[in-house]
Structures are given as C-alpha cells and as structure tokens.
Unconditional design. Structure first.
Length: 232
C-alpha cells in the first residue's frame, strides 16, 4: 500500500476560503490507476532550476499508482526531485526541494488544495489548512482507502447559499473535534446538493473527496482515528 496525503474533508466553492482537512491514507490495490506527471511539469522544473534528469523522468513516467490525481501529483513530483538528486547529482537540499516544488505548484495550479497537500507532505503530518493562515497539525492514523474513480468538476454548480457555505466549512472542523460516520453522509449530501454528485448505493462506505479539477470517489476500508489539537 502507498501512503499519501489527500483532502479527506473540504468542498471547493469558488471565492470561498474554507478549511481543508488533509489526512494521510494508505491506498489498497485498485483497477483505477493514476496518470503521469505532465510534460509541463518537467518543462517548468527545468525553467525553475536549469536542470533536468532524463533518468528520473523515465522512471516516473513508467510508474502508476491506485491513488487520486492530486495525491499522485504531490507524491510523484517530490519523488522526481528526490530521484534527480540521486541519479543526476542535482545539488539541492531538502528545504530547497520544497521551495522549487512550491514555485512549480503555483505556476501549474495556484490551488489551495495543492498548497494544503504540499504543506502536509513537507510537515509529514495530517493537518487543517486554510490559505493565508498557519496550518494546524492533527494527530490522525489508520485511514485506509480504495480509489474507485473520478468525475470532472465544473463551475456550473447546482445550488449554493450562505448556509451551505457555512456548513461545508464547519463540517471540516467537526471531523476533527467530533468525528463520526454520520459526517461522511452529510458531506456526501453536500457534494450532491452543490455539484449533483451522488454516491452509488452499495454496501461499502463511500466518500467523495476534492481532487483538484475533479471529485474522486473512494471506498473507506478503515476509518481514521483523529485526535483534535490538545486532546490526548
């Protein structure tokens, strides 16, 4: 299994800066696999550093993982830089790696989701993230998922009002302070209300997650154990 960060809770709403709960999850095998890093990533990396590493690019381009797109991008982009320092003697330290990655993230995405996932990766820690504020580290463990598919998001949302905006933000905090399976059902319902995304009716527990320009659906194999800040 591969352990990567993902936005366990948080729904994108244009113009709204709600918090995002990023948890690390172990992904089990799935027939749905990630894509690869885009040629634009490698071009932007070369522009930012003046370096390229064909050996690392060939390795990355052959690898596929059963994980959502945004999690894959965060994992693979860092892996590419790590391989480049190893195989092509790229002369940068760990802090410089993340400085470069942040520059590339902003150039390719300028996304609060990508910033949240990268922050979690740098800290190697689950966290609450709101753009413009310091992240709050969260003690969380045990989350196991299976990646089932994705659906493209559009700006043509079905319905939104102040109450739904407020609820979508407070739900993220509720997952940390009073986690329950019922919250998963509530957030899935919000995905349906706002974007028209329904959860397939099967015996397993499924959840929509924000995945950059997509909403991905995952099967929850094992629920996370979350401790709010200050809780022992």
């Amino acid at each position: 299994m591969l352990k990567v960060p993902l936005a366990f809770s948080g729904i994108p709403i244009k113009g709204v800066n709600n918090p995002i709960l990023v948890l690390f999850a172990d992904f089990k095998e799935s027939p749905i696999l990630s894509g690869t890093l885009s040629s634009e990533f490698f071009e932007t990396f070369k522009e930012a550093t003046g370096f390229s590493c064909k050996k690392a690019e060939e390795i990355i381009s052959k690898e596929r993982y059963p994980i959502p797109f945004s999690s894959y991008y965060i994992f693979a982009s860092k892996r590419y830089i790590d391989l480049s320092t190893e195989l092509c003697d790229l002369p940068i330290n760990e802090d410089e790696k993340f400085e470069i990655l942040n520059l590339i993230d902003d150039a390719l995405f300028d996304s609060s989701l990508i910033k949240a996932l990268r922050t979690a990766q740098k800290n190697n820690h689950s966290l609450l993230y709101r753009e413009g504020e310091e992240p709050v580290l969260i003690e969380a463990s045990g989350l196991e998922l299976k990646y089932l598919g994705y659906f493209p998001l559009t700006e043509d949302i079905r319905y939104i009002d102040d109450a739904l905006i407020h609820l979508s933000g407070t739900l993220v905090l509720d997952f940390v302070t009073s986690f329950s399976e019922k919250l998963i059902d509530v957030e899935n319902s919000l995905w349906d209300l706002i974007y028209g995304l329904k959860v397939p009716y099967i015996a397993s527990k499924l959840k929509w997650i924000w995945d950059d320009k997509y909403a991905s659906i995952v099967e929850i194999i094992n629920l996370p154990n979350i401790l709010s800040p200050g809780v022992q």
